[in-house]
Design a protein around this ligand. Structure first.
Ligand code: ADP
Length: 252
């Protein structure tokens, strides 16, 4: 874990619940993500992972409970401020804009500088982000012509160019071949070592227990939140996955 000057948690959820109509998706979840964490968010299909992530980022408003980012109410944040979000749609290429990779990454810089003109330095920072994720050679290609793995890197470069402190990724390696996937997770680990906080939704539990230093395991309710070691030793996985489609009541 990297030392960070920011004393506030990156994300703090308190008693957060959310339902789609009658369908309860997140039930009374409280958790904090500290600066420098690499948090793996796991749970069965339909267990509320994407919903929880979107609540954390202020893309959904909770029915009850509170969400703070960097010590401030999430509603105070401009969309994208300090945060890079790679959604599932971005991964699959749906809705990909007709822009080059370099343009996409410069848009991240553009968001950071408050939509004033980019200086030469801003453009250099965007190019540096391309270099960091290893896709400088793809800079002039159309984003929508990249492979899934290459597109992931472009979106991460965009987040780096925007100087995001938090990178939130929703199953980023779906449709990415095994080799690129491994390289991609090495990139995430290296960014995390450089101080970027990471929240990763990933269905492959092995990947999460290998790479993440903390784990949140949910199935509507939170079954575990803590370090990876204590998760592996706990019954949370069996309980959360065994409870698919049923309601298990915990006595707190
Ligand atoms: P996960 O990411 O773990 O697969 P989701 O957060 O996508 O889970 O979904 C949690 C629950 O909420 C599921 O039962 C799902 O069917 C339901 N859900 C998700 N999105 C919507 C939506 N837009 N409208 C209605 N129900 C939804």
């Amino acid at each position: 874990m990297t030392a960070n000057a920011d004393p506030d948690p990156v994300v703090a959820l308190e008693n957060v619940s959310f339902a789609y109509g009658e369908q309860l998706a997140v039930d009374d979840v409280s958790l904090t993500v500290e600066a420098g964490d690499f948090l793996g968010l796991i749970g069965p299909n339909g267990s509320g992972k994407t919903t929880l992530l979107r609540l954390m980022l202020g893309l959904l408003s909770p029915d009850s409970g509170s969400v703070e980012l960097f010590g401030r109410p999430v509603d105070d944040f401009e969309r994208g401020e300090r945060i890079g979000y790679v959604s599932q749609q971005a991964t699959s290429g749906g809705g990909t804009m007709p822009v080059t990779v370099r343009e996409c990454v410069r848009m991240g810089r553009f968001a950071h500088v408050g939509h004033s003109r980019l200086t030469d330095e801003d453009r250099a920072i965007a190019d540096e982000a391309l270099e960091t994720v290893g896709i400088t050679d793809l800079a002039d290609q159309q984003l929508n012509q990249l492979s899934g793995g290459q597109r992931q890197r472009a979106y991460i470069a965009r987040a780096l160019a925007s100087e995001a402190d938090l990178l939130a990724l929703d199953e980023p390696t779906v449709g990415v071949d095994a080799e690129s996937r491994d390289a991609f997770y090495q990139l995430l680990e290296s960014l995390n070592r450089d101080g970027i906080t990471i929240i990763l939704i990933e269905h492959d539990i092995g990947v999460v227990t290998d790479r993440a230093d903390r784990i949140a395991c949910i199935n509507t309710e939170l079954y575990h939140h803590g370090d990876t070691e204590s998760f592996v030793e706990s019954d949370a996985l069996r309980e959360a996955y065994g409870a698919t489609g049923t309601v298990v009541h915990h006595h707190h």
